[in-house]
Design a protein around this ligand. Structure first.
Ligand SMILES: Cc1ncc(COP(=O)(O)O)c(C=O)c1O
Length: 400
């Protein structure tokens, strides 16, 4: 006799904030995962843009194991080498550690916390008004939620803190009209991830920089989803479409730890010293195991040239999606891609994909998002190319 499944036990033991999970997964390797029945899947979601190195990467396993065997946690009464080294590496990757550019990092454990810290930092400017974008997603804690535009996420929890004006994403005129000398910061994702990989018009972030500077406001870019090589550069704002702008604050999480929870709020110039002793804190933030994991991620990205892999595999992914007659539009850069279908059957495509052995993701009724591990292989993507027509046919049928 078999007992209750993991799914059954989940339903009676875990709070129902996510709805029933689609699968119970038991192991992974590279860009593949296996469910508790032993069925194999190509993972095109990567834990929602988290598993930079894929599953069970030996360098990540080794780094976490070695650090945990040496010193697992100490609190922020003390510093550790991995924490300081990670701060230095992030500043260097942002170009904020040389010449006149000085930066500082605050570590936390998630994207929403990275944004929460940035929000508190903006309060220290003496101004409280913030301008964010329609379609934005910045997290679920009350401060980050105040910057998240989706009504269904916000409304059950109102009143939310802060004075936030939302403007249409990508619209320079609307941004210019909304930002004035009372504004503490302009908060933007370089590419909107949860909205379905929405890329702003070229030059938008450069204009945002100019508008923020003109009014003495900070430019805060949320790179929680786009950061750490996802789009083919270390940070999306370093790309040509973004004008190579220098923000004042960058928030990171997701891919930074490759699956180990970590968030980082990075600020430069005057913004780097706005938070002082007693202004903010975190018991776990900067934990040496999480920092060692992040250092391993950065090392492997460099040593295995995953920046080039993100670009090359990203082109392959974009091409296979564009070749599909039922895909109307392909968006994004590197291994962060959106596909707009010719009808409202994206959730059915996710279900059909699962049946065919692919973990897919829908961000809306007609929108698929692809954020796989950066180690996904050409063969994995060839397999998707072969299966996609059948998956979309089945999905259309299921939706009709
Ligand atoms: C751009 C962006 N910011 C913040 C978050 C929140 O991150 P977390 O779920 O780690 O709190 C997300 C998560 O999807 C995100 O995409």
């Amino acid at each position: 006799m078999t007992g209750p499944t993991v799914q059954d036990r989940y339903a009676s033991a875990v709070m129902n904030t996510f709805g029933p999970p689609a699968l119970a997964l038991s192991r992974g390797l590279g860009a593949r995962v296996w469910d508790t029945d032993g069925k194999e899947y190509v993972d095109l979601l990567g834990g929602i843009a988290v598993n930079t190195l894929g599953h069970a990467h030996p360098a990540l396993v080794e780094a976490v194991t070695a650090q945990l065997s040496t010193l697992g946690h100490v609190s922020n009464f003390f510093s550790t080498e991995p924490q300081v080294e990670l701060a230095e590496r992030l500043l260097s990757l942002l170009g904020w550690s040389s010449g006149s550019e000085t930066g500082r990092v605050f570590f936390s454990n998630s994207g929403t916390e990275a944004n929460e810290a940035a929000l508190k930092l903006t309060r220290r400017t003496g101004r409280t008004r913030l301008v964010a974008a329609e379609g934005s997603f910045h997290g679920r804690t009350m401060g980050a939620l105040a910057l998240t535009s989706k009504a269904a996420y916000r409304e059950p929890f109102e009143p939310l803190p802060g004075d936030v004006t939302f403007v249409p994403y990508g619209d320079v005129e609307a941004l210019a009209a909304a930002v004035d000398d009372t504004c503490a910061a302009v908060v933007l994702e370089p590419i909107q991830g949860e909205a379905g990989v929405v890329v702003p018009p070229a030059g938008y972030l450069t204009s945002a920089r100019e508008i923020a500077t003109k009014h003495g406001a900070l430019l805060w870019l949320d790179e929680v989803q786009t950061g750490i090589a996802r789009t083919g550069t270390w940070f999306a704002h370093q790309q040509e479409f973004a004008g190579g702008v220098a923000p004042d604050v960058v928030t990171l999480a997701k891919g930074l730890g490759g699956g180990i929870p970590i968030g980082a709020t990075v600020a430069r110039g005057d913004a780097a010293t706005l938070l002082g002793p007693g202004n903010h804190g975190s018991t776990f933030g900067g934990n040496p195991v999480a920092c060692a994991a992040a250092l391993a991620v950065l090392d492997v990205v460099e040593q295995s040239d995953l920046l080039a892999a993100a670009r090359e595999r990203g082109e392959q992914l974009a091409a296979l999606l564009a070749a599909e007659p039922h895909v109307r539009e392909v968006t994004g850069f590197g291994l962060m891609r959106g596909a707009e279908l010719d009808g409202d059957y994206a959730p059915q495509a996710v279900a059909a994909g699962r049946e065919a052995g692919f973990i897919l993701n829908a961000t809306g009724p007609s929108r698929l998002r692809f954020v796989p591990p950066l180690v996904i292989t050409a063969d994995d993507l060839d397999a998707l190319a072969s299966a996609l027509p059948g998956i979309l046919d089945q999905a259309r049928e299921a939706a009709s």
